[in-house]
Every structure is written in C-alpha cells, then in structure tokens.
Ligand binder design. Structure first.
Ligand code: ZN
Length: 397
C-alpha cells in the first residue's frame, strides 16, 4: 500500500488540516462519554453536514502510545516502523535527534562498595539534583573516541543520553539488570558492527562514575535506539507540511517525518494564531492539542469535558481559514474513567466538499460508530485526506 500510495501523489494548492485532539476518545461515565457530555455545537454541525467514523490507531484491542498513534496519523504504518524508547525519550525532553544518533534512556542509581545495585532509582533524587548531575557530566564528558556525548535531564532520576557519531549501532545490550541486588551489566555488542558503540557506552559509564557520589553514584542505560530515518512526508506525499504543537515529544514526532515545526505559544489561542499566520506557506498542517490526554490520564472527567467545549468554541476561528480538507480526531483514546490510554478506536470527523454525508447527528463515539467511514485503520486517514484534496492520481489505466 505505501509504495503504491507514494507513486500516486501529486502536488496542488489544496490545504489539508489534521486537528489532533490527543486522547480525545473516552468511555461512558454515568452513561456518557466526555464527547457526549460536552456541549459542542460546532463539531456537531460538521458531523451532520459531513461524514464520521471510528479508527483503530494500531489494531483492535491494542492500546497505543502516542508514538505509534501519531505515525499512523502521518501515514506511516506503526507496525512497520518502530520508534525506539530512547528516541521517544529524547524527543520528550526536547532533544533533536539526527540520523547519526543513538538515543538512550538513563537512570541514576545507587551501588554499594561491592558494586551491587541497591537502588535502581537512586532514591528518586530531585529533578534539581538531576539537573546538576547532568550539567557536571556534560561539562566533563564532551566526546569519547570521536563520538559526541549529549546528556539531558528528565524528571527525578531519569535522563537521556545521545551518542552522536559515524557508524554507531543500537544493537547493544542494556546495562540495567532490572533488579536490585545485582551488579550492573557491561554493555555488549549484539552484532560485530556494534563493538565500537559498546566500547563508547562502557567508557561513558566508567567516566561518569568518577563524577558521581551516593545516592546517585552510578548510571544505568537501556532503550538504545537509532533514529528511524523515515522518508519524509514531502518526499512521499509531495506535501509541504507544518506542525503546530506545544509539547516537545509531538514536535519531535512531526520533525521525524520532515515537518517544519512552527513556533507557538502555550495556549490553544496561540496555536490558532500560529496556524493563521502560516496558512499561506504550507499545504498540510498537523495541529496538536495535548491537554485532553493529560486530563484523561488524571481521571479528570469534568475538566476534559470543559476543554472539549473550549476547543469547540474556538473551532470557528479555524474554519474561517477554509481548509479544503479538515479532519478532527485523536492519536488514541484516553478515557478519564481508565486514567490511561486505551484500545478504543478514536472518533473521526471528516470534512470535505466531496464526502457523501452520512446520518451522524453529532461528533461523539456513539454517533461515529454508525458513521459512513465505518471502522478504519488510523493509517487509512491520510490517504483519504490526500484523495479529497485531489492529490492522488488514478491507480492503473
Ligand atoms: Zn497521545
């Protein structure tokens, strides 16, 4: 499918807008989902006039992380391309990753005089102390055997390490034995080409040891991952894509598929202003709203409902730009009653002058289940957007 699709794409000036309300899908609480409880006259009007459906981010029953959910939205099969843990963590702390990088998840840990790990999280040291330690490491260790070393703190005991250099490999073993009472493991190559990388990793661990004191006197490394080197959306779909997002991980995901990341402020209104200002310069916009997911994970049903209402209220400002194709959906569901991502398919609202309207009366899970799009893969949305933007040539004679 992917190669066929890539061959059919053609450039035109139609504008596609993908509005991703993170974790939008919900589940009933006192009989109503968040979307059903929210007063959303604008989205409901669109649902009445156009078409809806539901989409599985990965596959029925699979609860996705935001990484796979977004890959599918961007037209990349999440079962074919995996973005490794280290890369996701690096994007999450706002590090840019390049094709020369191996990204790694790090933990500060405590080892005793016999070299045994007694606390894999170093007593969950404060984020402040973590920052100080990372600064010290970064000042003292800049390169190892020609490989650039980049260290950035996360929360509490977590940090991200990037090794940047030629011929690095992520085919190495983790140093974290995952259990206290064991000594840390040496990093070993899993393939001959990874010998150099494993040596650099072990030298890094040894070098940090001289800089660290209890309780954070050791580093454990895992989740080694190379940059996925995806073909860009420009190349694949002949789009000129831009991303508007407020959290580092989503900017990073968009950057992985070659989008320009547009500077924006923290509020929804800021993101809309950014969209307006850049409207003439691109033909594909990924517009990300994060807080619906956070509120779902907090189990804050009421606040999620209120935020959905606010999004609906601001929707006319987006519609004023007259996108040729508008899709409103999520990267996965985050029902407040589960306080977590879930396997539920996401509701989809699809707006284009060429759709054959269905009988949906409103934008919510229950209506979307009966929508004319049916139940599709989230991966199928982008081809549909391209088609409705008249950006796909005929297949075959
Ligand atoms: Zn998400």
């Amino acid at each position: 499918m992917e190669t066929v699709l890539d061959k059919l794409t053609q450039k035109n000036d139609k504008k596609l807008l993908l509005l991703v309300i993170d974790g939008i899908g919900g589940a009933p609480y006192r009989g109503k989902t968040e979307l059903e409880a929210a007063y959303t006259p604008n989205m409901d009007r669109l649902a009445k006039s156009y078409i809806t459906g539901v989409a599985d981010p990965v596959a029925p029953g699979i609860t996705p992380g935001s990484g796979p959910g977004h890959l599918a939205l961007f037209g990349y099969d999440p079962l074919r391309y995996e973005i490794g843990r280290g890369i996701l963590e690096a994007l999450g702390v706002g590090l840019e990753v390049t094709p020369k990088d191996v990204a790694v998840r790090g933990n500060f840990a405590t080892i005793d005089d016999n070299g045994i790990i007694i606390d894999r999280r170093a007593g969950r040291i404060s984020t402040d102390l973590n920052r100080q330690l990372c600064t010290r490491i970064q000042q003292e260790i800049k390169t190892i055997d020609g490989v650039e070393i980049i260290v950035k703190p996360g929360k509490e005991h977590r940090f991200v390490l990037i090794l940047r250099g030629d011929k690095l490999s992520d085919k190495v073993t983790e140093t974290d034995p995952q259990k206290e009472g064991n000594p840390p493991l040496r990093c070993e190559p899993l393939v001959p080409e990874a010998t150099h990388t494993a040596e650099v990793v072990n030298k890094f661990v040894d070098a940090t040891r001289k800089l660290l004191n209890p309780p954070a006197n050791f580093v454990l490394l895992r989740g080694f991952a190379k940059h996925p080197q995806l073909k860009s959306m420009r190349e694949r779909f002949k789009l000129t894509p831009a991303g508007i997002a407020t959290y580092p991980m989503y900017k990073g995901l968009a950057r992985l598929v070659g989008m320009d990341i547009l500077e924006t402020g923290p509020e929804l209104e800021d993101e809309i202003e950014t969209l307006r200002k850049n409207w003439d310069n691109y033909d594909f916009f990924y517009f990300h709203i994060k807080r619906t997911d956070s509120l779902g994970e907090d189990g804050n049903w009421e606040a999620k409902v209120e935020l959905i209402e606010k999004i609906d209220k601001l929707l006319p400002d987006i519609l004023d730009l007259h996108p040729d194709v508008l899709v409103i959906t999520g990267d996965h569901s985050t029902p407040a009653i589960l306080k977590a991502h879930s396997w539920h398919p996401v509701p989809v609202l699809f707006v284009s002058p060429y759709v054959i309207p269905d009988k949906s009366e409103a934008f919510n899970e229950r209506e979307c289940m009966h929508g004319g799009l049916g139940r599709i893969r989230l991966l199928d949305l982008l081809p549909l957007m391209l088609a409705h933007g008249l950006k796909l040539k005929k297949y075959g004679a």
